[in-house]
Design a protein around this ligand. Structure first.
Ligand code: PMP
Length: 304
């Protein structure tokens, strides 16, 4: 990762190297925080952040669910992110806001701990590789289950929940795969370690419902909307393990992953083993929209 000049900390700009936290930060010990991942793209009209407000609203919701009081309104963080991108001279890139408990309490009760909000920006290419976006990636069903609704909140982007994602991701990489697919405790498909899942069979697109224990992805919502408007049937329905092996096509969506085809699952080819027509269409529609080449949802582009 290439450092950029500034990081936004609690309303002020600090140099990248000075954006440090104390070792006795509550969030470091107990995972008491929430974050977002957002992308900005170069468009013919200038740099646009994709659904920036929706991401900041989701951050506020995650904090509410986790009981973390935030000093900033989503609109404040929208403004700060735009200013930061411009100051860091980024025409495109990734934005990472994070809210967490700092020092002031070392017991489990965070009352008395300061709440910090940071925003960092940097350049970030294809999360699962250029080759992955072009030819598809290889995934395995993880031995880990997705965090359960009764123990944590898969639909809140809480920092602590990401230990689950890290375990699944590193297990997959150790086995020579690119990414993990996590089942929920009922045995239905949930999602990837940091992506939502789409499975296509006989021309119909299926994606696990939020009740399956997934994050309500903003890319998921965008791709569902774009495909439906293109005349393709998209259903939120439980996906079983056999559905993976019967699938004609599969892909992941996420801010980092964008639309990444899956060409192999558990060492078996998905369909013909190459990205299929619905996946290609989803890529075209999504990338066209975020880069302003297609004027399908101009309201999703927030210019800096
Ligand atoms: N699921 C998980 C667990 C994630 O971390 C992410 C990335 N935020 C997603 C799905 C995709 O969400 P989005 O499209 O909003 O980036």
């Amino acid at each position: 990762m290439e450092p950029t000049k500034y990081i936004w900390r609690d309303g002020a700009l600090v140099a990248w190297a000075d954006a440090t936290v104390h070792v006795l930060s509550h969030g470091l010990h107990y995972g008491t925080g929430a974050f977002e991942g957002i992308r900005a793209y170069e468009t013919p009209q200038g740099t646009a952040v994709f659904r920036l407000t929706d991401h900041m609203v989701r951050l506020a919701r995650s904090c509410k669910a986790l009981g973390i009081p935030v000093d900033w309104m989503p609109d404040d963080l929208v403004k700060a992110s735009k200013e930061l991108l411009a100051l860091n001279g980024l025409q495109s890139g990734y934005i990472r806001p994070i809210v967490f408990y700092g020092t002031g309490s070392m017991g489990l009760n965070p009352a008395g701990a300061l709440v910090h909000t940071f925003i960092a920006t940097w350049e970030w290419g294809a999360y699962l590789g250029e080759e992955g976006v072009r030819d598809g990636i290889r995934v395995r069903v993880s031995s880990w289950r997705r965090i359960d609704q009764n123990s944590f909140m898969p639909n809140a982007k809480g920092t602590g929940g990401y230990v689950n994602s890290v375990l699944a991701k590193t297990e997959a990489l150790r086995g020579g795969y690119d990414e993990a697919l996590l089942l929920n405790n009922e045995g239905y498909l949930a999602e990837g370690s940091g992506e939502n899942l789409f499975v296509i069979r006989d021309g119909i697109v299926h994606t696990p419902p939020v009740t399956a224990g997934v994050l309500e992805g903003i890319t998921r919502d965008s791709v569902m909307t774009l495909l439906r408007e293109d005349g393709i049937t998209v259903v939120e329905a439980e996906v079983t393990r056999s559905d993976l092996y019967y699938a004609d096509e599969m892909f992941f969506t996420g801010t980092a992953a964008e639309v990444t085809p899956i060409r192999e699952v558990d060492d078996q080819p998905v369909g013909g083993g190459a990205p299929g027509p619905v996946t290609r269409r989803a890529q075209e529609l999504f990338m066209g929209t975020v880069t302003g080449k297609l004027d399908l949802h101009p309201e999703w582009l927030e210019f800096i």
